[in-house]
Design a protein around this ligand. Structure first.
Ligand SMILES: Nc1ncnc2c1ncn2[C@@H]1O[C@H](COP(=O)(O)OP(=O)(O)OP(=O)(O)O)[C@@H](O)[C@H]1O
Ligand SMILES: Nc1nc2c(ncn2[C@@H]2O[C@H](COP(=O)(O)O)[C@@H](O)[C@H]2O)c(=O)[nH]1
Ligand SMILES: [Mg+2]
Length: 208
């Protein structure tokens, strides 16, 4: 049973007023979301918010909530969606205060209901970019990254659990946004530059 989480009252009026494009970045563990987001930020100057990184920062803060979160993440499971949504809202507000031109919400949503709650509480996403990669490639990339990342969830056992979580909870997100006509599916098996070339074809249409 996921721990109950008290919601924070967060005033997102500045976010609604800014009304800048929001792009969900979806893909399995190791699919290259963070890598492509770095390229996108460099070219388009957007704000990159990784829900995983926000959670890891909460863990690093040493808060009681952080202690709860690290156990869930080590198990490769999803943390309570309200926790992520509040962390994302607070991070987006900080970026809007700095004049953000738009958002890449990396690794989000993980579940259909999480995306629906985000869009209901904040605003609809413009696009969902889905980096499609075969499971064996995902495992290979995460194990290679594990050599240097120091992430609690970069180990063979947790990678397997994260893949299972992705297949069960997150692949329905792909169909959900496809049905909304908002999905851009990108084959992310190839090299970083090749994939980024395809990404640019889609983002150039939104960010002139
Ligand atoms: N196109 C690619 N080809 C080969 N390796 C890649 C490619 N894109 C990313 N990588 C490498 O794969 C690993 C995972 O990439 P990245 O961290 O960007 O994935 P991610 O989707 O953000 O993963 P997670 O969801 O676990 O944070 C990194 O070590 C990265 O350098
Ligand atoms: N319920 C959710 N859990 C999330 C979300 N984003 C991340 N997470 C948790 O963090 C780890 C690491 O994420 P990563 O993107 O860096 O791989 C992940 O396995 C989940 O436990 C989210 O949006 N919702
Ligand atoms: Mg990442």
């Amino acid at each position: 049973m996921a721990p109950t989480v008290e919601r924070k009252q967060i005033d997102i009026t500045p976010l609604k007023k800014a009304n800048v494009p929001i792009i969900f970045i979806v893909g399995g563990p190791g699919s290259g979301k963070g890598t492509q987001c770095e390229r996108i930020v460099k070219k388009y100057g957007l704000s990159h918010l990784s829900s995983g990184d926000l959670l890891r920062d909460e863990v690093k803060s040493g808060s009681a909530r952080g202690g709860q979160l690290t156990k869930i993440m080590e198990a490769g499971e999803l943390v309570p969606l309200e926790v992520v949504l509040d962390l994302v809202k607070e991070a987006m507000l900080k970026e809007v205060a700095k004049g953000s031109k738009g958002f890449l919400i990396d690794g989000y949503p993980r579940e259909v209901k999480q995306g629906d709650q985000f869009e209901a509480e904040i605003m609809p996403a413009r696009l969902a970019l889905y980096f499609e990669v075969a499971e064996e490639t995902l495992v290979k990339r995460c194990l290679k990254r594990a050599e240097t990342s120091g992430r609690v969830d970069d180990n063979a056992e947790t990678i397997k659990k994260r893949l299972k979580t992705f297949m069960q909870s997150t692949t329905p997100v792909v169909d959900h946004y496809a049905k909304k006509g908002k999905l851009v599916k990108i084959n992310a098996e190839g090299g970083v530059d090749e994939i980024f070339g395809v990404v640019q074809q889609h983002l150039d249409k939104i960010f002139k």
